[in-house]
Write a protein that binds this ligand. Structure first.
Ligand code: C2E
Ligand code: MG
Ligand code: MG
Length: 742
C-alpha cells in the first residue's frame, strides 16, 4: 500500500509528540525524543524524494537541511544543558537554529513559485493579506522585541532575527494559500507544517516578551510541524507540478474577498491597540500599511471592473454570434432588423444551401463545419457590409440590406449566387454546395418579421424551381398557402383511399408487343377533381408523406403485376416500372421496404424496375447506396428523364443502371433534323456501348416512333401507344398492328 509509510509516520510522529509530554519535563529522555522526531522528519523527506522522484528535488533537500540544522541546534543546546549545566543566550545553538530558516524559506519560495498562480489578482490579494498580517506581526512581535532593552547588540540582533525569519515565513504562507498553491494534499501538509512552525515561533516570541516562557507548552507545535513536513514529502502528490488552473470565478471567489476585506480592516483596527498608537513608529507603520492597502484595494477593484467588462463583452458576443462561422446569429439578426424603421425599406436576402446535408452525412461533421466556415466567409465577402450577415439555422444564412432599392438588392443576390457557385475545397474534397436565394422586401409588409418571412418563402420557391435567386411576390404566398393545404389533404387522401395507380404500356418495336408498363399514381380529389402527380408529388416530398404514399404505390403496383402474371402469364408485361422520388430513395429503410413488398406479394425481383431521376442520385451517398442494395435484390434500375439533369453521362459511371429513359424533350423534335435527333442518336450508342436498355419517353406520333426505331430504339412509351390507364383497361390498349410502319 502506497500510503503505508505516510500513515506510519503520522501515527508514530503524533505518538512521539504525546510521549514527549509523558516523559519527565526537562529530562534527557524527553530531549532525545524531541531530537529524534526532528531527525526522522529530515529522513522522511529524503525517503519521499527517493520514492516519488519529483522533477525538482532541490526544495525538498532544502527542507531536510533546514530540519537537520534545527536538530543540530537542539543537540548543541542539550549538550549545554545536560553536560555543561549552563543555559547561555545567545549560544552556538542559536546559530544552528537561525541557520535552519534560510533553507526552509528558500525551499518554500521554490515551492510557491512552482505551485501557485501569479496573475495580477492573486498577487494583489496576497499583497493585501501579507500587508495586513505583517502589520499585526510588527506591532505585537517585532516592534516590542526590538525595543525591549537588551544587554548586547548581538543579543538584540538574534532576538529580532527569529521573528524576522517568521515574518518572511508568514509572507510565503500567505502567498501559498492565496495563490491556490495549497491544492494537493502534499502542499496542504507542507502549508500546515509551515503554519505550525510560524504559530509556535510567534507565540513563543510574544510569550517570552511577557513571561519568559521556555516554550515547553509550544513544543507540540514545533514537533507536529516536523511531522507535517515529513508527511508532505511522503504523500505521492509531492511530485505534482505546475500551478492549478484558475477557477472560472477566480475574480470574485468569496473566500478571498472576505480575507482581503478583513486584512484591510487590520490597519485601522491597530489604532485601538494602545501600545501601537503610543509610539511614533507604530503610528507610522499603521499609516504606511493603511495607504498600501488602499492602493492595492484600488488596483484590485480596477482589475475586477475590467475583468467584468471583458466578461460581459464576451458573453454578449456569445449570445449574439454563431461560434462556428463567427457571423451573427438569428436572434441578433432579428433584433437588428427590428430596429430598422420600415420606411427605410430594408430588404433581406436569404440563402439556403443545397446539397449541404449530404456533405455532412457522407464526409462527416468536421468537413461540413469547414464548408460552412468557408461559405460564411464568402457571403461576408460578397455582402455590402460584412456585419449584416447572419447564420439563421443549420445551413441557412441571411444578409440584411437597409435602405436598398429592389435593383440594388437583386444585384447583391446575383453576386451571392455567383460566389456560391464556386466549388468548396474542404480537406481533399472539391465540393459543389450551391445555394437557393430569396429576396424579401418591406413593401406593404406588416413588420420586420414579415420581411424575413418573405425572403425565406422566396428562397424555398427558388429551391423548387432551381433559379439562382428569386424575389418574393404575393403569388408566392398564395402558392405556399395552397401547398400547405394540399399537404394536409394528402394525409386525408391516403387514409380515405383517394389515390389510384394507372399503368402506361412500354411497347417493343417493331412488333408492338407490350414489353413493360410504368405505374403512375393518380389523385382524384373529391372537390378539385384529378390533380397531377407533377404537382402533388413535390408537396408530398416536402412534408415527408411521399414515404408512405410511395410504399403504397409500390405495393399496389406489385400486387397488380402478380395478378397479371397469374391470369395470363404470357400476356403480362415483362416488367413493371415504378417511380421512386429522391426523398424516398434517401430514406435508409427504402431497400428493405422493397424487399418486404416483394416477399409479401411474391413478385420475382426481376419483374420490377425502379425509376429514379438523375437529380435524386446526383448527390451520391445514401441514395446511390440504396440503388446498389436494390440491384443486389435483383431489382432493375431505370434512370428517368435522362438528359435533363446536369451530369447525365458522368452518373453512368458511378450509379448502377440497367435502363435509360430518354427524356420526352429529345423525342419531341426528333422528326426535325435538329440537335435533339443528334443527342437521341448519341444516347442509343451510349446504351449499346454500356449494355443498357434504352426507352424513349413521350412518343406521341407514328413519325416519331419510326425515326426512333430507325435510330435503334427498341422500347417506346407514349400517348401514341397508349395513355396511362386503369389496370383492367391495359390489355385492351394493346395495338393489333405493329408498332412502327417502317
Ligand atoms: P415520369 O416518370 O417521367 O412519367 C411520365 C409522365 O409523362 C407521366 O405523367 C405520363 O402520363 C406522361 N406521358 C407519357 N407519355 C406521354 C406522351 O406521349 N406525351 C405527354 N405529353 N406525356 C406523356 P404523369 O403521370 O402526370 O406523371 C408525371 C410525373 O410524376 C412522372 O414523370 C413522375 O416523375 C411523377 N410520378 C408519377 N407517379 C409517381 C409515383 O407513383 N411516384 C413518384 N415518386 N412519382 C410519380
Ligand atoms: Mg417515370
Ligand atoms: Mg420520365
Amino acid at each position: 500500500m502506497r500510503y503505508r509509510l505516510l500513515l506510519g509516520w503520522i501515527v508514530a510522529g503524533t505518538a512521539a509528540t504525546v510521549g514527549y509530554y509523558l516523559l519527565p519535563r526537562d529530562g534527557v529522555a524527553a530531549s532525545m525524543l524531541y531530537n529524534a522526531i526532528g531527525f526522522c522528519s529530515a529522513l522522511m523527506i529524503v525517503a519521499g524524494v527517493r520514492r516519488y522522484r519529483p522533477r525538482r528535488p532541490a526544495m525538498w533537500y532544502l527542507f531536510a537541511a533546514g530540519q537537520m540544522s534545527a536538530v543540530i541546534g537542539d543537540l548543541i543546546w542539550s549538550y549545554y544543558v545536560f553536560v555543561l549545566h549552563q543555559e547561555p543566550y545567545p549560544s552556538f545553538a542559536d546559530v544552528w537554529y537561525l541557520a535552519a530558516y534560510p533553507p526552509l524559506v528558500l525551499g518554500l519560495l521554490q515551492f510557491v513559485r512552482s505551485r501557485t498562480r501569479s496573475d495580477m489578482e492573486t498577487l494583489v490579494d496576497a499583497g493585501m493579506v501579507a500587508a495586513g498580517l505583517g502589520l499585526v506581526f510588527w506591532i505585537f512581535v517585532l516592534q516590542p522585541t526590538a525595543t525591549t532593552a537588551s544587554a548586547s547588540v548581538l543579543e538584540k540582533v538574534i532576538s529580532i532575527a527569529y521573528p524576522a525569519a517568521d515574518a518572511v515565513l508568514l509572507a510565503l504562507l500567505t502567498r501559498l494559500f492565496i495563490g491556490a498553491g495549497a491544492r494537493t494534499p502534499s502542499a496542504r501538509l507542507l502549508g500546515a507544517g509551515a503554519l505550525l512552525l510560524f504559530a509556535a515561533d510567534a507565540t513563543f516570541s510574544v510569550l517570552s516578551l511577557h513571561s519568559g516562557s521556555d516554550g515547553y507548552e509550544l513544543s507540540a507545535g514545533w514537533l507536529l510541524s516536523y511531522v507535517f513536513w515529513g508527511a508532505a514529502a511522503l504523500h505521492p502528490s509531492m511530485a505534482a507540478e505546475g500551478p492549478p488552473a484558475p477557477a472560472a470565478d477566480a475574480a470574485v471567489s468569496r473566500g478571498s474577498v472576505v480575507l482581503t476585506a478583513v486584512c484591510s480592516l487590520l490597519a485601522p483596527a491597530m489604532l485601538f491597540v494602545p501600545q501601537a498608537g503610543a509610539s511614533l513608529t507604530g503610528r507610522f507603520a499603521i499609516a504606511t500599511v493603511g495607504i498600501v492597502l488602499c492602493v492595492l484595494a484600488f488596483v484590485r477593484t480596477h482589475g475586477l471592473i475590467r475583468k467584468v467588462q471583458r466578461k460581459t463583452h464576451q458573453l454578449e458576443h456569445l449570445a449574439t454570434h454563431d461560434d462556428l462561422t463567427g457571423t451573427a446569429n438569428r436572434r441578433h439578426f432579428e433584433n437588428t432588423l427590428r430596429r430598422i424603421p420600415l420606411h427605410d425599406s430594408p430588404q433581406v436576402v436569404f440563402l439556403g444551401l443545397t446539397g449541404f446535408k449530404s456533405v455532412n452525412d457522407e464526409l462527416g461533421r468536421h468537413v461540413g463545419d469547414e464548408v460552412l466556415g468557408q461559405l460564411a466567409a464568402r457571403i461576408r465577402g460578397a455582402a455590402p457590409t460584412p456585419a449584416s450577415v447572419a447564420r439563421m439555422g443549420g445551413d441557412e444564412f441571411a444578409v440584411l440590406l437597409p435602405g436598398h432599392t429592389d435593383g440594388a438588392a437583386d444585384q447583391v443576390a446575383a453576386r451571392l449566387a455567383e460566389v456560391m457557385r464556386e466549388p468548396v475545397l474542404a480537406g481533399s474534397n472539391e465540393l459543389l454546395v450551391g445555394a437557393a436565394i430569396g429576396i424579401g422586401d418591406s413593401d406593404g409588409a406588416t413588420g420586420p418579421a414579415e420581411v424575413l418571412r418573405r425572403a425565406e418563402a422566396a428562397m424555398y420557391a427558388a429551391k423548387d424551381t432551381g433559379e439562382p435567386y428569386r424575389r418574393w411576390s404575393p403569388a408566392l404566398d398564395d402558392r405556399a398557402g395552397e401547398q400547405a393545404r394540399l399537404g394536409a389533404e394528402i394525409r386525408a387522401a391516403l387514409d380515405g383511399g383517394q389515390f389510384r395507380v394507372v399503368y402506361q404500356p412500354i411497347v417493343a418495336a417493331p412488333d408492338g408487343r407490350m414489353a413493360a408498363a410504368e405505374a403512375l399514381v393518380r389523385w382524384e380529389h373529391p372537390e378539385r377533381g384529378p390533380i397531377s402527380p407533377a404537382y402533388f408529388i413535390p408537396v408530398a416530398e416536402r412534408n415527408g408523406l411521399i414515404v408512405e404514399l410511395g410504399a403504397w404505390v409500390l405495393r399496389t403496383a406489385c400486387e397488380q403485376m402478380v395478378s397479371w402474371r397469374n391470369d395470363t402469364a404470357a400476356a403480362a408485361p415483362g416488367y413493371l416500372s415504378v417511380n421512386v422520388s429522391a426523398r424516398q430513395l434517401a430514406r435508409p429503410g427504402f431497400p428493405q421496404t422493397v424487399a418486404d413488398i416483394l416477399t409479401a406479394t411474391g413478385l420475382p425481383p426481376g419483374c420490377l424496375a425502379v425509376e429514379v431521376t438523375e437529380t435524386a442520385v446526383f448527390g451520391g451517398g445514401q441514395a446511390v447506396q440504396a440503388l446498389h442494395q436494390l440491384r443486389a435484390l435483383g431489382v432493375r434500375i431505370a434512370l428517368d428523364d435522362f438528359g435533363t439533369g446536369h451530369s447525365s453521362l458522368g452518373l453512368l459511371r458511378t450509379v448502377p443502371v440497367d435502363i435509360l429513359k430518354v427524356d420526352k424533350s429529345f423525342v419531341d423534335d426528333i422528326a426535325g433534323a435538329g440537335e435533339h435527333r443528334v443527342i437521341a442518336e448519341a444516347l442509343i450508342h451510349v446504351c449499346e456501348g454500356l449494355g443498357l436498355t434504352a426507352v424513349a419517353e413521350g412518343v406521341e406520333t407514328a413519325e416519331q416512333a419510326d425515326v426512333l426505331y430507325g435510330l435503334g430504339y427498341r422500347l417506346l412509351q407514349g400517348y401514341h401507344f397508349g395513355r396511362p390507364v386503369a389496370a383492367a383497361d391495359l390489355d385492351r390498349l394493346r395495338p393489333a398492328e405493329s408498332a412502327v410502319t417502317a
